[in-house]
Design a protein around this ligand. Structure first.
Ligand SMILES: [Zn+2]
Length: 411
């Protein structure tokens, strides 16, 4: 499937990204920065008939594949992660070795993918041409036979991310790819939120409204591209801002989207029925399955157990599994508090288990609703998939408001 997202807008988006870079990052890229914006950012769209372009949009893990679909539409998370690791890593290595022209081409492929993934026209899973979407949202007669991909993404709009300060995404290419994967996922979700506004505007022939609906997605793409180009420059020149190490000592797993969320949405098969019909939710527990309650656990750290509220964590039920791709070798351990919600879970009983690539790394419980929460720490050295599993410890399950509080990867 050919999917030429954005087309000309790739250049506008990448130019906005390039202009946002701080002076030291611009200096690291030198003259190549202009070439990334003016040409390399469309490199994966030119792989047929341009052998040089094809070389820089190829992946060692996909030998013989000229047109890599995952550089244009978001594949499942593990494939996206592989794309980010591959092109970010190659760009960092080439730039560090002084092969700046090569680095710029690898980086062009990377920003192309980030921009395509966050493009609304590419954000509807398995419906790049909107043939199914049209069934849900029947078009007026003049759009009846028009494939909607191109109208959804085409437009001449200015991309402006002034004020955006590009962020370092990690202290190594692998760590940066891990954080970039989460950011890209959020970009895909943001793009999906633009699809209906764009179609409503298109159907109404309101060009200004189409552009207004497209622009936020393009700006998301530009911010992703800016952060990627900045990170490559920082890592290649070993220019790590003071204090950055502290910020990267741990990584919060709670906001990340687990692999069970196929195409970034929770399928019905992943729902649990205890303590209520639903699925895991970051940041809150759900009383009755709908009313949000702050995450709270009974914590015993030496004194008498006290209820502590957590700003980050996951409220879930039992028979729930969440699998997160993690970069092997970057983090030493996984740590969290695991227990029953201090007020909703007093009648519950839950077993908490952490698995790495299918192997049990830590298991606690059954934890009863009246017990203090347990501290979990598991060594995760070479693990690529970290799985958090909750199962019932007995009883009717209606009190099984399980909480993974402050779940972190720790270096
Ligand atoms: Zn593309």
């Amino acid at each position: 499937m050919r999917a030429h997202a954005w087309g000309e807008p790739h250049i506008a988006i990448t130019r906005a990204a390039v202009e946002a870079l701080p002076a030291p990052s611009r200096a690291a890229w030198g003259d190549e920065l202009d070439r990334i914006a003016a040409g390399h950012c469309t490199l994966p769209d030119r792989v047929y008939g341009d052998a040089d372009a094809a070389r820089f949009a190829a992946m060692p893990g996909r030998p013989g594949v000229t047109y890599i679909r995952g550089l244009h539409v978001p594949d499942p998370q593990p494939e996206c992660h592989e794309v980010l690791r591959c092109f970010l890593g190659r760009a960092v290595d080439a730039l560090a070795e002084g092969r700046t022209a090569d680095a710029a081409r690898w980086a062009g492929t990377l920003v192309h993918a980030l921009e395509d993934w966050s493009c609304p026209a590419h954000s509807v899973p398995d419906d790049n041409m909107f043939t199914r979407f049209k069934q849900f949202m029947p078009p007026p007669p003049d759009y009846r036979f028009v494939p909607l991909h191109s109208p959804v993404e085409k437009g001449s709009f200015a991309v402006d991310i002034r004020g955006h300060e590009p962020r370092l995404l990690g202290l190594s290419a692998d760590e940066a790819a891990f954080h970039l994967l989460h950011r890209a996922n959020l970009g895909i979700l943001a793009a999906r939120a633009r699809v209906i506004p764009i179609l409503v505007a298109l159907y109404a022939h309101d060009t200004n409204a189409v552009i207004a609906a497209q622009r936020p997605a393009a700006e998301t793409g530009a911010r992703l591209a800016a952060d990627a180009l900045h990170t490559i420059a920082c890592l290649a020149t070993k220019r790590i801002p003071p204090g950055a190490e502290d910020g990267f000592r741990t990584a919060d797993l709670a906001p990340r989207i687990p692999l069970e969320s196929v195409a970034l949405a929770v399928p019905q098969e992943a729902f649990f029925s205890r303590p209520h019909w639903g699925h895991a939710t970051p940041g809150v527990a759900l009383q009755g399955g709908t009313n949000e309650v702050p995450l709270a656990l009974r914590i015993d750290d030496g004194g008498s157990p006290a209820v502590r509220t957590f700003a980050t964590g996951i409220g879930t039920g039992t028979r729930c599994s969440m699998t997160f791709p993690v970069p092997p070798g970057v983090y030493r351990s996984f740590e969290a508090w695991a227990g029953l919600h201090a007020t909703l879970g007093t009648n519950g009983s839950v077993v908490f288990e952490v698995l790495g690539d299918g192997r049990s790394l830590a298991r606690v419980g059954p934890v009863a609703g009246t017990n203090a929460a347990r501290r979990i720490a598991a060594e995760i050295g070479g693990v690529t998939n970290l799985q958090l599993v909750t199962t019932s410890g007995g009883g009717d399950g209606y009190g099984n408001h399980a909480v993974w509080a402050d779940p972190r990867l720790v270096k």
